[in-house]
Design a protein around this ligand. Structure first.
Ligand code: ZN
Length: 74
């Protein structure tokens, strides 16, 4: 046994691990950040919140948001 083939095997293993990590990273980068999206349903009336609003982190539907806006203005 010279040990050469053993060392090559070790290097192959590291390459495989490196490739695996790279694949995991590329898969992870496709998933949107957790907590970025708002809830699916309005916290006030339970209506569906449009994806456009959820992407901005809103937790109220358009109606409830405008009602709250009016209330906050007094
Ligand atoms: Zn609502």
């Amino acid at each position: 046994m010279s040990g050469t083939s053993e060392r090559m095997l070790e290097r192959d293993e590291q390459t495989t691990l490196w490739l695996r990590d790279n694949q995991i990273n590329s898969i992870r980068s496709q998933i949107p950040e957790a907590g970025k999206l708002g809830p699916e349903d309005c916290q006030e009336c339970g209506n569906d919140i449009p994806m456009g609003r959820r992407q901005h982190g809103y937790d109220l539907c358009v109606e409830c948001a405008s009602v709250r806006e009016v209330m906050e203005r007094g």
